[in-house]
Structures are given as structure tokens and as C-alpha cells.
Design a protein around this ligand. Sequence first.
Ligand code: TXA
Ligand code: MG
Length: 342
Amino acid sequence: MWDFNREADLKAAADALLQGDLVAFPTETVYGLGADGFNGAACRKIFEAKERPADNPLILHIADIAQLAEIITELPPHGRRLIEAFWPGPLTLILPKAATVPPEVSSGLETVAVRMPSNPVAQELIRRVGRPLAAPSANLSGKPSPTTAAHVAQDLSERVAGIVDGGACEVGLESTIIDVTVQPPTILRPGGISREAIEAVIGPVAVSGDACDSDNSAPKAPGMKYRHYAPEAPVYMIQGQDRARYLQARVAMRPDRRVGLLLSSETLAQMHPLPDNVVPFDLGHQDDAYGAARRLFYGLRRLDGEGVVVIYTEGWSEGDIGTALMNRLYKLSRPITEEEWE
Ligand code: TXA
Ligand code: MG
């Protein structure tokens, strides 16, 4: 574990990256598993470490706008306006790829995903390396993305040269991905920058149904599509009114089962007193989707650590960051009606 405050640690991290090794580092969204973005062999190690399908491309992280010219052939006008509005920050642009970008990064596509993180530790590391860093989320494929250094270590400690600890991530969900090589520009993954904020800058955009929203975006069985970002325990989502009463009854029916509740403060309050077999994780107030987004992945890993056999969670209002929050909740959960009682 490297401390972002220590000069010697930052130097060690940058040196490891320049040597072609993997280093996990904080960004404002989630922790990234970084490699030298110009080194194809180093980028291949990312896929091995994460057990990620080779046809799922990586995002290049830059710290300086001048680095963009090294990795793309053209910046469409919409891209320029989005960069002015949202970089550095949690917005990834799909752009036409220059020949300098190795095929390992783009999985053979003609485009490349690029973002400039706002996290100062990420920026410092990229500057020291002097090259773009290829980095997916620093979790094993399919697991919740890590929002603390300890969570990276759970999944990858044996598989990286080191982890730069920069504290907890402030957004907690991955960046928004928007393809600006197509008309209209198309959001491929909702995230830290909302559709509403994007449309205020460039006008109407399209939203792609289920494109590139996970670590496993290769073609997959239909039943698989909701099982991403998932903890060990199955997660069931309840929506609609009266959820507290419904969950209370559900929990009471099986006092032998250790149950995780990943719920808003309001719903948890309605369920008090909580029975002994329940482990609560409070996502915060229902009108604070930003807070819930920040805590979501953290809460999933916390409940897994408690050894719960099932997790119940609930729907949140869409709009703004709520759309990204619900996107992740749909991916990692199943509707409560599908719960199997053995
Ligand atoms: O916030 C984030 O974006 C975090 C931090 C570490 O920056 N990174 C992240 O990376 O979420 P990852 O690998 O978990 O997700 C990257 C997504 C994948 O779904 C991938 O398919 C998509 O970006 N992607 C990458 N290059 C692409 C391209 N050229 N065209 C379409 N999708 C692309
Ligand atoms: Mg990921």
C-alpha cells in the first residue's frame, strides 16, 4: 500500500507503471487499475489480473489536454464543448483513435475511450508517468467497483505492484461514457455526469439501452445481464409503496437467515426495531441520490464482509445521478418477485 502523501511512494508507483507493472490508484469515481497506456504488454496484464474478457476495451486517463492530441485523430465539436464543460471530471468520451494507441486498449476498435480525472492523486500520478494511463475499475470482473484502497486489496492485492491509497472516492460510481463520434452523441453508460447536465451543453443526446455498461460487455446470455457489480450474496430490489412493511414480513419469515438491508434512512427507520438476524447499511436520505451513489459499492462490500446470505435493496428516483444509481442497482440485483425460497 502506497501513501499518496509520501513523495517516495508516489515515485515508486510511477516507476512501477513505467516498467510495465500494474498500479491501482484513486479517481473521483472509483479506484482504477492502471497500466502504461502506450504499452500493449502492460495493458494485457490488466485483463489477466481482472479476469476481464479481452474484447472489452479500456479507458485512457490523461492529466493534460495536450495528451489528447497523442491519442486521437480528431476532436468533434460536441466533444470539445463537453471537455470545456466537464473536464477534469467523471465524463469519458469515445473518440477516433490514433495509431499510437495499442490494440489492447481499444480491443481492436477504431475508437478510444478517454477521460481526465479530477482527483489530484490521479492527476499527479499521470503527470509523473508522462503517458496516458489505461485503467478499468480495480475490481475483479463482475464484482462491485472499489471505492477504497482496502476494497482494491480484497480483489487484487496479489496481482498488482502496489495500490496508491488516496482515501474514499467522492462520486462512488463510474464515469458517464458518451460516444461523440456518432450523431446524435450517445450515452453508453450513465454515471457521474448526468444526461441533463450534458444536454444543457450540447443539446439532445441518445441513450443506448444496454451498451458497454459493465466489465463483461461481450455478448452474454440474457439472464446474465443484471448480474454485474454484484457481491457474493444475491441482491433483490423492491420498488413501490409499503416496502418497509413488506421487507419486515420477509425478514421475519426466516429468522435463521442473516440478511443484509441496503436501504435509505427513511425505509430503515420504518423497519425499527430491526430483528437480530438483520445487518443494516444506511444509504442515506431518499432525496440525496449523490450520497447513496457514493455509498452503494461500499455498502455492498460491507454487507458481504458480514456474511449475509441475501441482501435486500430498494429503488430510488431517477433523474440526475439517480439514473446512474438505478442503472447499477438494476445490473446487480433481481426483482424481489424472483427470489427463491429454499
Ligand atoms: O469512472 C470510470 O470510468 C472508472 C475509473 C477508473 O476511471 N473506469 C471504469 O472502467 O469504469 P471500466 O473498464 O470498468 O469501464 C469502461 C467501459 C467499459 O464498459 C468498456 O466497454 C467501455 O468503457 N469502453 C471502453 N472503450 C470503449 C470504446 N472504444 N467504445 C465503446 N465503449 C468503450
Ligand atoms: Mg468496471
